[in-house]
Design a protein around this ligand. Structure first.
Ligand code: NDP
Length: 337
């Protein structure tokens, strides 16, 4: 079964393997397969589920809500997010203004068919809304009982510090940061992680498998396997493209002996790797098939010895991205319309 970790400086425990439905539910996979993946997650001991209003333009929340129907609400941790535009994309259907936050949470709760979410996350930093306004709106969402805790995603170290200070002043808990983190993408290590430790914030990390690349199934110079994300023309092929070059795919194949030594698949190794970092509360793993969920949960509780961690670093040295400036570089410079 899956181990639990505390989320930030709070009493909330979450499953260290968390199931996420970006690009899959309401898009790449049919609804019956989506339900089967959620079932596989529950059967394997995953209790924490992550989605966002923007995934499949709100359809992903609906699919997840349907798939979780009938489950005991108190036994689940349901996370969603606000920021990116959805619906008719009017001037206020975006960002972290008080108006958009207060309206978005209601839409998310309806689609997820629940009275509250356990964690409500700012999907990005909104450079057009005063941070005080955003944090006051989150405080009110918490006081209304619509969200129990608040988190952020892809915020810089300074933004996390400022947000955490305001949350404290306003009397609610900012407990999580959701950044990209994997053996190939380590940009949070130098700044975001130290700021998070300082402020009582944990990481819930996305794409720990680099969208499937670290499973080793994409071979240099060969076509991508049928049905994989790299062949998904609804969005997956484009988002995975940053890793789909021969240099990266060749380096990834060097991880096979490390996985073999631990008796793990390469997919399991990649998930176990992010969980070696104590500031990571959960690896946020996606799946297009239930068997993948069953395989990936076995990464829970694995310890990778120091000499094998070094071997991983040596294998990937030339292709790892570490520059902490990437968080700010990737941030929208204005509110998306
Ligand atoms: P992963 O890196 O875990 O990639 C998941 C994909 O890899 C699956 O959909 C599947 O794709 C493939 N895969 C999974 N398991 C295996 C396996 N055992 N063997 C081979 N291939 C496998 O994570 P995601 O990129 O899906 O992101 C996870 C979650 O993170 C999202 O659902 C979302 O909740 C969150 N997220 C958050 C973001 C943010 O801005 N806050 C941004 C992006 C994601 P296939 O079979 O199609 O190849």
């Amino acid at each position: 079964m899956v181990n639990y970790r505390y989320l930030g400086n709070s009493g909330l425990k979450i499953s260290e393997i968390t199931y996420g439905n970006w690009l899959t539910h309401g898009s790449q996979v049919e609804n019956d397969v989506a339900s089967a993946c959620v079932r596989a997650a529950l059967d394997a001991g995953i209790t924490t589920f992550d989605t966002a209003d923007v995934y499949a333009n709100t359809a992903a929340e609906q699919v997840l809500g349907d798939a979780l129907k009938g489950e005991r609400r108190e036994s689940l941790e349901i996370f969603t997010k606000v920021y990116w535009p959805t619906g008719p994309k009017g001037p206020n259907d975006t960002g972290l203004s008080r108006k958009h936050i207060m309206e978005s949470i209601n839409g998310s709760l309806k689609r997820l068919d629940t009275d509250y979410v356990d964690l409500y996350q700012a999907h990005r930093f909104d450079v057009e809304t005063p941070l005080e306004e955003t944090m006051q709106a989150f405080a009110d969402v918490v006081r209304q009982g619509k969200a129990l805790y608040i988190g952020v995603s892809e915020w810089t170290a300074d933004q996390i510090r400022d947000g955490a200070a305001l949350a404290k002043e306003l009397g609610f808990q900012l407990i999580s940061s959701q950044p990209q983190y994997s053996m190939l993408w380590r940009v949070i290590e130098d700044e975001v992680v130290p700021a998070s430790i300082e402020t009582g914030v944990s990481q819930i990390v996305w794409s720990p498998m680099a969208q499937g690349v670290l499973s080793g199934k994409y071979l240099p110079g060969q076509p991508a396997p049928a049905g994989s994300r790299a062949t998904d023309e609804k969005g997956g092929a484009q988002t995975i493209s940053r890793f789909m070059n021969d240099e990266t795919l060749t380096a990834v194949q060097n991880l096979k002996p490390v996985a073999d030594e631990l008796g793990l698949s390469m997919a399991q190794l990649s998930v176990a790797w992010v969980l070696q970092n104590d500031n990571v509360a959960a690896a946020l793993v996606g799946a297009s098939r239930p068997e993948q969920v069953a395989e990936n949960v076995k990464a829970s509780g694995v310890t990778i010895p120091a000499e094998l961690m070094k071997q991983i670093d040596a294998a990937l040295e030339d292709v790892v991205v570490r520059d902490p400036a990437k968080t700010l570089e990737g941030m929208p410079k204005k509110r998306p319309a």
